[in-house]
Design a protein around this ligand. Structure first.
Ligand SMILES: [Zn+2]
Length: 49
């Protein structure tokens, strides 16, 4: 799984709004859910397509 907790890294994993799975950052400002495939753009937080 892609969910990693690196101690005190301060790396906030963003949960997928659809399935609550931790999102993978594929680029700056672009997250992908490895579970359901939702995309999330940081310029439009909260919406996904
Ligand atoms: Zn998801």
């Amino acid at each position: 799984m892609q969910v990693e907790n690196n101690g005190s890294g301060g790396n906030d994993a963003i949960a997928c709004p659809r399935c609550n799975h931790a999102m993978i950052e594929i680029q700056a400002c672009h997250l992908l859910c490895g579970n359901c495939g939702s995309h999330l753009d940081c310029s439009d937080k909260g919406s996904y397509w």
